[in-house]
Design a protein around this ligand. Structure first.
Ligand SMILES: [Zn+2]
Length: 340
């Protein structure tokens, strides 16, 4: 009974613009709605801790709980981390790197803290949002970059020995530009999946396509907007069936599906969840069909359908269900599992 166990668990998702937070009870049931406060990651971790404390206060107030009822916190950060320490700066203030953020915040809040990266948190959120997901899942999230996370059977996040697993965006894919070259990736390598499947990739591919003769009369060529702004507009164009926009999203989705075939050969997750902003696009059904086309091109038959039961699909694809609260929900779920 809930009355006999007053403990609750908080999930805190630190993003670049906001901190999203969720509270659950000892059984993992939601307590109140998601609370969102401003993010101050660029001002350093101390400034962010103040925001996290504000979120915790709002969460407990609105749920009619006391802060002393919080028995554990799950915290996710937008950077790879190992044992509470961020190793790579990403878009955070400089003092985040090398500090044990998990232990510092745990000491300050007076409760145990579990910390991981945002891709793992979102994968845990998708797991928590499905009551029928015993076998785990692989989450792939195309956005500004290309992130991912793997949840094993039973709900455990797979982080690797250094917290650096599932950097799916930086796995190589066998695709080249028309001239034969491999595209540069933000990580310093060439030919990464993220260099094809991300908002950053969309900017590069759009620039290349707009220079082609076939698109010389395209409305985006007449526009004075920056290439960044034009790439943002592509989603609206695709929703209106613009051939250039559709072809660029189709290319990205196909390459994503082809890359997923490799990751399915590694992990055989059974369920692949596609997250990121495209899950809200009106053309998402077509996008998913292109992903599956690429997957079928790169996969083996055994990962498409069960050889002993031709009615059974071996690898299911679904859109993310957790929306923008998935990572916070995942962290609250993990905190209730780890500290409950
Ligand atoms: Zn890369």
């Amino acid at each position: 009974m809930r009355e006999s166990d007053p403990r609750c668990f908080a999930g805190l998702d630190i993003g670049g613009t906001s901190v999203k937070s969720i509270l659950v009870d000892a059984s993992g049931n939601l307590l109140g709605d998601m609370v969102e406060v401003a993010s101050r990651v660029k001002d350093g971790y101390e400034a962010t801790f103040v925001q996290l404390e504000e979120a915790l206060g709002l969460l407990t107030d609105r749920a009619g709980r006391r802060q002393s009822d919080i028995a554990g916190i799950g915290l996710d950060v937008p950077a790879p981390s190992s044992n509470g320490v961020i190793r790579v700066q990403a878009n955070l203030g400089a003092d985040w790197v090398g500090t044990n953020i998990r232990d510092e915040f745990s000491a300050r809040a007076g409760v145990p803290v579990y910390m991981t990266n945002d891709g793992n948190a979102a994968a845990a959120g998708e797991y928590a949002a499905r009551s029928d997901c015993d076998a785990g899942l692989l989450l792939i999230a195309p956005g500004t970059g290309l992130g991912g996370g793997l949840v094993l059977s039973g709900g455990q996040i797979y982080e690797g020995s250094n917290g650096l697993a599932l950097e799916v965006g930086h796995a190589s894919v066998p695709f080249r530009e028309a001239g034969g070259e491999l595209p540069d990736c933000s990580c310093g390598l060439t030919g990464c999946a993220e260099a094809w499947v991300s908002l950053m990739a969309l900017r590069r591919r759009l620039g290349i396509e707009l220079a082609q003769d076939k698109w010389k009369d395209h409305a985006l060529n007449a526009s004075d907007a920056s290439i960044e702004e034009k790439a943002y507009q592509l989603r609206d164009y695709a929703e209106n069936d613009d051939p250039l926009a559709v072809s660029l999203f189709k290319e990205q989705a196909f390459i994503l599906g082809y890359a997923i075939a490799n990751w399915v050969r590694l992990f055989d997750p059974g369920l692949v969840v596609i997250g990121g902003g495209l899950s809200e696009a009106s053309f998402r059904d077509r996008y998913m069909a292109w992903v599956i086309e690429g997957f079928e091109d790169g996969s083996w038959p055994i990962y498409l359908e069960n050889p002993f039961d031709t009615q059974a699909v071996s690898t299911q694809f679904e859109w993310a269900r957790g929306g923008d609260s998935a990572a916070a929900l995942g962290m609250a779920f993990v905190a209730s599992e780890v500290f409950g």
